[in-house]
Structure formats: structure tokens, C-alpha cells
Design a protein around this ligand. Sequence first.
Ligand code: SF4
Ligand code: SF4
Length: 63
Amino acid sequence: MSSPRVEVIDRLCKGCSICVEFCPTRVFEMDGFIAKVVKEDACIKCMQCELRCPDFAVKVHTE
Ligand code: SF4
Ligand code: SF4
């Protein structure tokens, strides 16, 4: 099983850090006002980031 691809859509991200706070495996870090994926391999597909991002700026591709 391949690991999911986690994507932040920069133009939608407003830099609230919610994804950073809720990701249990610290996949994200803030880079100024945009969340960056820094540890994609650690993703456990819990989908918290997608569910909690208020701006629909995170996509977890599980295929
Ligand atoms: S939760 Fe969404 S809007 Fe907030 S920092 Fe993360 S990607 Fe950006
Ligand atoms: S799906 Fe879960 S583990 Fe993967 S990046 Fe989102 S919050 Fe982190």
C-alpha cells in the first residue's frame, strides 16, 4: 500500500494552523502564512486535516 499524497492548495490556505495542530503525526509545518507538507510519509490517513481545514485547502489522496 502506497502512502497517501497530502496536498495543501496554497491559494486556499489562510494560514490558521489548524492542520498543524490536529495532525497526529506532524505532517505539516507553517511556512509563514501557508501550511507546508513536510513529513508526508508519516500520514496515517486519519483525515483530520481535510475535515478540520475551514477553507478546504487540504486534500489527502488515498488512491
Ligand atoms: S487548516 Fe487549512 S487554512 Fe488552516 S493552515 Fe491548514 S491548510 Fe491552511
Ligand atoms: S490525514 Fe491525518 S495523518 Fe495524514 S496529514 Fe492529515 S491529519 Fe495528518
